[in-house]
Design a protein around this ligand. Structure first.
Ligand code: FPP
Length: 238
């Protein structure tokens, strides 16, 4: 699916905000505030690393279980980001979109999502997708449930449906490179379908300390990997 599209689709699980803050004697929310600044730096660095689509895991469907103070701070941060970054995104050719459920999103954030998506829709340099209230398994179940019963469906049809139920209207793309910061090595219900052949990259660096240099390093490792998609290396094929 992604093989014909130019540029890398990188996805990032931005983990470690809470631990970063607590390690400095600050409340967890301080990590999210710094983390939001890092988002801007990484978005601006992505095109020069060869990334044409960037999907960021900002809030999972399970994150609603966090203390309400933390949840509302995060919702405010997302809204502020969309409002404040729109002008820069337009200038930099960044098209912003939010993927995930929309039925539980606060009204003010929903409005900011509509405005940011509309205002940046002509961006062609980078497709920025921010996953909010996201669960890969929920998307797959919703997609499968909405396809007509009694007929066979293709992988592409299910993929398009997964996109549709989570409000993605652009072309379907598999993930090329999945990065997780913060030292854990798991997928946490993020893009399970789209990561079928993703290269995985884990770093101990916590999200608030992740920099464009770290992004470049991750892309270098990605470029050094041999992607075979289940086939054998060209040299062994003959
Ligand atoms: C995981 O770290 C991070 C989150 C649940 C929130 C991610 C949010 C941001 C990076 C800030 C704002 C984002 C945007 C798009 C403007 P954690 O808190 O679970 O870290 P921990 O594992 O150390 O507790």
């Amino acid at each position: 699916m992604s093989a014909h599209v130019e540029g890398i689709h990188a996805a990032i699980i931005m983990d470690g905000n809470g631990r970063w803050a607590v390690g400095r004697g600050k409340p967890r929310t301080a990590g999210h505030i710094v983390g939001a600044r890092v988002v801007r730096d990484i978005v601006e660095a992505a095109p020069s690393c060869g990334i044409s689509m960037l999907t960021l895991y900002a809030f999972s469907a399970d994150n609603w279980q966090r203390p309400s103070r933390e949840v509302s701070l995060l919702m405010r941060l997302f809204r502020r980001y969309l409002v404040k970054e729109t002008t820069r995104c337009i200038a930099n050719g960044v098209r912003m979109r939010i993927i995930g459920r929309r039925d539980r999103i606060p009204a003010e954030l929903l409005k900011a999502i509509h405005n940011a998506e509309e205002a940046t829709k002509h961006g062609r340099t980078l497709d920025l997708r921010i996953a909010v209230d996201y669960s890969a398994r929920d998307a797959i179940v919703r997609a499968a449930s909405s396809l007509p019963r009694g007929t066979k469906h293709t992988i592409e049809e299910l993929q398009r449906e997964i996109d549709r139920v989570y409000h993605w209207t652009g072309p379907s793309r598999d993930v090329d490179l999945l990065i997780r910061t913060g030292g854990e090595q798991r997928l946490s219900d993020f893009l399970l379908w789209e990561c079928a052949y993703a290269e995985l990259y884990f770093t101990d660096r916590k999200w608030p300390e992740f920099s464009p240099v770290d992004l470049e390093a991750a892309v270098q490792v990605f470029r050094s990997r041999e992607r075979r998609f289940g086939a054998v290396p060209a040299v062994a094929a003959g």
